[in-house]
Design a protein around this ligand. Structure first.
Ligand SMILES: *Cc1c(COP(=O)(O)O)cnc(C)c1O
Length: 503
């Protein structure tokens, strides 16, 4: 199999932010006359790497041992079907860092950069270009990939200048991806591992998940391409039409349940203990291994310059930890010398982490999540709460929240500067605007807002906003179409009136 995807960010949208833009290492290697020696060095070390590749390994350990930084005897092979530690806690994939440290930071940067845009399976994928850090033990033939990752890091020049006076603001468009959300990054890893387990003879009839929409879309697409049955538990009437149609089209067995996400989650957990169906929820730590590559990719796209802030919308709270893990691994392996401060942005209608943060981390209580336009984060009892708290505390991070009106206005503002954002991105943009207002984020801070899904999955909310049909909302940035008679005179009148107003 070959990949033809080109990594565009280096050349198209990555533009100078403060006048000291450098071209990436990989491009220099390919373009300059000294490339032969550089390439030769790289290839030589790559051969060395392949000889040592078997020494790279990863295993499951209890997340609590990572959290408290205490050694543990408890660990499981990634080839076991296990989701929880013996005490019922979360698991984490732990890499053999000593093995990875046989190579210095410079080497890893050069290796990752050399794979950008490659046609060599599976390294053209943004996830599998970091294979040694993700799933070192899997054979290339078992990998199920749709060339996820390598998403655009967009310089939000106009949005930043117009609304915030900021010049170094970037939006990482993780939603410009195979199924339209960052969930592809994790699902390629999980489904690849299931593919391997089935080939090894594990009796797994399929993979299942509860979903607020995007997880099921990613799961069903990756499973379908590997011919693995998928089972999807969805809350009826709580996800967008575009999200619902994806698993249906990809041939998943879809159960529409009269409950919310938390109810679906509870059921799938019970069902997967009794049936040989692999559980694909973000409780499953494999997915985070793929998602963490988005953090590494951001650094790579900045030529390994570390941003000051990264703002991530959070629901079940796996992704915020995945970003932390990606940055932290780069620091531990010598690619960078500090990590960014992380901000988790929640919808005010589903804000258990925000409330916990505001209480000074004193009292965590799940909430009953209310309806929000940011439907993928309408979660009241997040599975990865401990992971998120760990990520926030260890990155000197923050938590912020956004009301429905703030979400929709932020989206409209961003869209008016050429983006096409989803409501979750609206949550993160609101957090940015609030932290700018409060002076927490400085005007010159290098800031990345993570856009988690494609705006085209959420057109209904945009239609309602721009037609001003949302109850109790001013929709002040609505831009509704003008009804005009199909006559030259009428059209000219309307245009002239508009132009006069503009000039
Ligand atoms: C899943 C999802 C999130 C939330 O990610 P968590 O890891 O659950 O915090 C945010 N935005 C979109 C679009 C999603 O699909």
């Amino acid at each position: 199999m070959a990949c033809t995807q080109i990594f565009q960010s280096h050349t198209s949208s990555l533009r100078p932010s403060s006048g000291h833009h450098r071209r990436s290492f990989s491009l220099i290697v390919r373009c300059t006359t000294t490339s032969t020696t550089n390439n030769q060095q790289l290839i030589t070390s790559q051969q060395e790497l392949h000889k040592k590749a078997t020494s790279f390994s990863a295993k499951y350990v209890p997340f609590s041992s990572i959290c408290t930084n205490t050694p543990t005897q408890e660990s499981y092979s990634l080839d076991e079907v296990v989701y929880r530690s013996s005490s019922g806690g979360l698991l984490d994939v732990q890499h053999d860092l000593e093995a990875l440290k046989q190579f210095d930071g410079k080497y890893w940067k050069a290796l990752f950069d050399s794979r950008v845009g490659t046609t060599k399976w599976p390294y053209g994928s943004g996830v599998w270009s970091k294979k040694e850090w993700v799933l070192p033990g899997i054979s290339d033939d078992d990998i199920v990939s749709a060339f996820e990752g390598n998403t655009n890091l967009f310089w939000a020049e106009r949005f930043g200048k117009k609304f915030l006076g900021m010049n170094d603001l970037w939006v990482k468009h993780c939603g410009i991806s195979h199924t339209g959300s960052f969930k592809d990054l994790g699902m390629t890893v999980l489904v690849s591992q299931v593919n391997r387990l089935r080939k090894l003879g594990q009796p797994l009839s399929g993979v299942g998940c509860a979903s607020t929409g995007d997880t099921s879309a990613a799961l069903s697409a990756y499973c379908a391409s590997a011919n693995i049955p998928s089972f999807v538990f969805l809350p009826s009437n709580k996800i967008s039409m575009a999200q619902l149609v994806q698993p249906i089209a990809n041939g998943a067995f879809v159960l529409s349940l009269d409950t919310d996400f938390d109810g679906c989650m509870k059921l799938i957990r019970e069902v997967t203990t009794d049936l040989p169906i692999y559980l694909a929820n973000s409780l499953n730590s494999l997915r985070l291994e793929g998602q963490k590559t988005a953090a590494i990719e951001i650094l790579q796209q900045f030529d390994w310059e570390v941003p000051d802030w990264v703002i991530i919308p959070g629901g079940n709270l796996g992704n915020i930890y995945a970003f932390y893990k990606g940055f932290k691994m780069c620091q531990e392996l010598g690619l960078i010398d500090r990590i960014p401060r992380l901000v988790c942005a929640q919808s005010a209608n589903a804000n258990p982490l925000y409330l916990y943060y505001k209480s000074g981390w004193k009292n965590f209580k799940p909430v009953k999540a209310e309806t929000t336009f940011a439907s993928a984060i309408q979660i009241g009892d997040p599975v990865s709460i401990d992971r998120a708290v760990f990520a926030i505390k260890n990155s000197n991070g923050l938590v912020a929240e956004a009301t429905e009106e703030e979400i929709m206005d932020a989206m409209a503002k961003a869209d008016s500067t050429g983006m096409f954002t989803c409501p979750h991105t609206g949550v993160a943009l609101t957090a940015l605007m609030k932290l700018r207002d409060e002076g927490v984020i400085g005007i010159n801070d290098k800031t990345v807002v993570v856009s988690t899904a494609h705006g085209l999955k959420f057109t209904q909310s945009k239609i309602e906003y721009h037609s001003k049909s949302i109850k109790d909302m001013a929709c002040q940035f609505a831009n509704p179409p003008v009804d005009v008679k199909a006559e030259y005179g009428a059209v000219m009148d309307v245009l002239k009136k508009f132009l006069v107003k503009k000039l």
